[in-house]
Every structure is written in structure tokens, then in C-alpha cells.
Design a protein around this ligand. Structure first.
Ligand code: ZN
Length: 410
């Protein structure tokens, strides 16, 4: 399940600025998100609930908390009372006393709150804001309660894995635990997986610093698959640094991978069924050993908190061994194809496909392909045809398949 917050202060402000509704803004943003997520081959979840479609579940959860004495009503909404939860802070390791000392220095936004740390479960309606009826009055959900309610509604009281950015550990995920566990009396999450920040040229990416870009802008220079490969080269808990040199290095590494796979297939076509001589037989044995070793190292990497960095290093060990083996005359077809199959199957686990030719297609050609797609979408077939001619003239072939558009070097 992957849930969307489709209502909050920022969205309300932006919708007002743009003269649109929060719903229209949310629809557009979600569509944009799927555009890039699909292109990065991020599989869609079974459920994509939205906060505004789960208001009943949210109200139910707040009611449960109120019944059990964890929630109280103030002039501007309903709050969760942190002092009632002795386990508060267990995810982040923060202590309530330390947090309160820090929070009280800031100006309290609401005088009725029992503690500055108490967080909002339900916000009463303000002028010009979307609102829903509730037992406490018209309003909208607080941010944290949405996740707890949608998780419970779709997946039950306890889930195995909860992912999210490391910046959400406190207070967001801490608050989710407090709400869910105190409402249901059961553990909320068995394992938390928090991903590191995205840095741009070693500085944290943020809108305020202006070093902000969208993946589709990056994809004009680097194919989506290379971006995916690049990101998987770092362990997910580590910060990931986007800079030209590292991305260019990822292109070179990815090209080594695709070259190796294509070469294995090419050499295997004319390779004998049986090893031609002693040397070829020995090369085949060595390659088979390299496959087993790579598979074991790959498995160790992924079993160690999904260490994709180590797993990818294991794949490159196999690439090296395969390149050496493919140069030995008379090496049997079976050994080459075993290496080929292994590379394809383990890369598939990472959502990567080295036989896809797009990764070696230059950005300006991909741009023409995208424009042709757009033209076809709006049924401008003349434009689509002339774009196809341009692609062909540049030495590339474009095909429409059930899996989507395929581009290859002609
Ligand atoms: Zn959340």
C-alpha cells in the first residue's frame, strides 16, 4: 500500500493561489507522480488510498483514541495527549522531557494544548477550507492520523514493513506508532525502513535552496533506467548524491553491463555445444564457479538490510568473469548462456533490464520519441509520422509494442 496525503495546509494555499480546488490539484499531482514512478519502473502498490477517501476510517480511529483517554478537544481541534503514552519516543529514541524543553521555547500555537508536543488529530474548519462533518465538529484530519487510519483500513492493525524518508522518523512515524498502538493495543510495525536524503552536489535537495529538480528533467539527460541503476548503487539508508560525475560513471557502468549481456548472447550463437579443448573446458568451469559465487554474494548483500550496493558489486564480479570467459575460443554455449540467464534474472529482481536498448539511446532521440508519443495521444498522426521520419533519419528505429514504444539503433 502507498497512501497519498491529498489535503494539507500547503495544498489548500496552492489551490487558492491557482484558483483551483484541492481535489483537482491532488489529482494532477498524483498523475504527475505516477508518470515518473512508472518510467522508473516502480511497481504500483495494490492499494493507493487517499486521505479524503478515508475520512470515516480516520474518524473511527480518533474516536477509539478518545474512548481510551488518549485524545482531547480544544478550541481549534482534537489533539493526541503524549503524556498518556509512556512508550512515546521509542522509535526515534527521543525523551519527552527533552522534547518539551525544546518545544516550550517556541511560541505555543494553541494555548489550550496540554503540552506543546501534543499533536493534531482533527482540525476544525477555518474560513474557505474544505471540511467534513465529525462528532467533534466540521473539519479535516491531521496529517499523522491519515497514515495510521489508511494502513489499518487496508492492511490491518499490524504490518510487517513501513517505509519512508529518514526525516519522517520524528515526529511523523513516532506519532503514527502512538496513535495506532494506543488505539488497537497491538504492535503497529515490525520493521521500519527509512531511506536517506537526496543531495545535489553534496547539498541536501530542498526547494528553498533552489537546488531542486524533477526526475523527468534529469531523464532528459540520463535514461530512467540509468537513474534507477544509479540510485540502487547506494544503500537505501545512506544519503544519495546526484552529481554529474557520479551519474556519468553510472552510465559507463550500465553500458558495461549491457555490452556484456549482448556479447554473451552474440558469442553463444556460434559457440559449440561441447568445450572445444582443455582450455575451453577450464574456462567454462571457472565461469560456472563465478556464477555461484556471484549468486551467493548477491544473496548476502540483499539479505543484509537490502544492501543493493553490495548486491550490484557482486553482479559486476560476474560481468568481469563473463567478459574473460567470452574471449576463450571454443567455450561451450551452455556456460555462456548460464551466465547470461543469471545476469538477466538477478537484474530483474532490481527492476533492471540490460536487454532494453533505451539505455544507450541519446537524449535528443528519446526526446523525439516522447514527442511522437504525445502527438499520437492527441491523434496528430501527421506530426507523429514526421517525427518517426526524423528518428529514422538519425539512424534509429521506433516500434510500437504491447509493452510500449521500443527504440533501437537501426
Ligand atoms: Zn505517513
Amino acid at each position: 500500500m502507498q497512501n497519498f496525503t491529498d489535503i494539507d495546509d500547503k495544498m489548500i494555499n496552492r489551490a487558492n493561489e491557482e484558483g483551483t480546488t484541492v481535489k483537482e490539484l491532488a489529482d494532477r499531482m498524483i498523475e504527475e507522480y505516477f508518470h515518473d514512478a512508472d518510467a522508473l519502473n516502480i511497481k504500483r502498490a495494490d492499494h493507493h488510498p487517499r486521505a479524503t477517501e478515508n475520512i470515516d476510517e480516520i474518524i473511527e480511529l480518533i474516536s477509539l483514541l478518545e474512548e481510551k483517554g488518549f485524545a482531547y478537544v480544544t478550541s481549534d481541534g482534537v489533539y493526541f495527549e503524549i503524556a498518556k503514552d509512556p512508550e512515546y519516543g521509542k522509535l526515534s529514541g527521543k525523551r519527552i522531557e527533552d522534547l518539551e524543553a525544546g518545544a516550550s521555547e517556541r511560541v505555543a500555537s494553541n494555548e489550550d494544548k496540554k503540552s506543546p508536543l501534543d499533536f493534531s488529530l482533527w482540525k476544525f474548519k477555518k474560513e474557505g477550507e474544505p471540511a467534513w462533518p465529525s462528532p467533534w465538529g466540521e473539519g479535516r484530519p491531521g496529517w499523522h492520523i491519515e497514515c495510521s487510519a489508511m494502513s489499518r483500513a487496508n492492511l490491518g492493525d499490524t504490518i510487517d514493513l513501513h517505509a519512508g524518508g529518514v526525516d519522517l522518523v520524528f515526529p511523523h512515524h513516532e506519532n503514527e506508532i502512538a496513535q495506532s498502538e494506543n488505539a488497537t493495543g497491538k504492535p503497529f510495525v515490525r520493521y521500519w525502513m527509512h531511506n536517506g536524503f537526496i543531495n545535489i552536489d553534496k547539498e541536501k535537495m530542498s526547494k528553498s535552496k533552489g537546488n531542486f529538480f524533477l526526475v523527468r528533467e534529469l531523464a532528459k539527460i540520463y535514461p530512467y533506467q540509468v537513474i534507477r541503476f544509479f540510485m540502487l548503487q547506494a544503500h537505501y539508508r545512506m544519503p544519495i548524491n546526484f552529481e554529474k560525475d557520479s551519474l556519468d560513471a553510472a552510465v559507463a557502468s550500465w553500458n558495461r553491463m549491457t555490452t556484456c549481456v549482448n556479447n554473451l548472447l552474440y558469442v553463444a550463437k556460434t559457440a559449440p555445444e561441447k568445450a572445444a579443448d582443455q582450455e575451453a573446458m577450464q574456462a567454462a568451469t571457472q565461469l560456472k564457479e563465478a556464477i555461484t559465487e556471484a549468486e551467493e554474494a548477491w544473496d548476502r548483500g540483499l539479505s543484509d538490510d537490502l544492501n543493493t550496493a553490495d548486491a550490484i558489486a557482486a553482479i559486476f564480479d560476474l560481468v568481469r568473469a563473463a567478459n574473460i570467459a567470452a574471449c576463450v575460443p571454443g567455450i561451450p554455449k551452455g556456460a555462456l548462456m548460464a551466465a547470461y540467464d543469471k545476469l538477466i534474472s538477478i537484474l530483474d529482481v532490481l527492476g533492471l533490464n540490460p536487454t532494453e536498448s533505451e539505455s544507450s539511446i541519446p537524449a535528443d532521440i528519446m526526446d523525439l520519441v516522447d514527442r511522437r508519443q504525445e502527438a499520437k495521444k492527441v491523434r496528430d498522426f501527421n506530426l507523429a509520422d514526421s517525427l518517426r521520419d526524423e528518428i529514422t533519419a538519425a539512424g534509429y528505429k521506433v516500434e510500437d509494442t504491447p509493452q510500449g514504444t521500443k527504440v533501437t539503433k537501426a
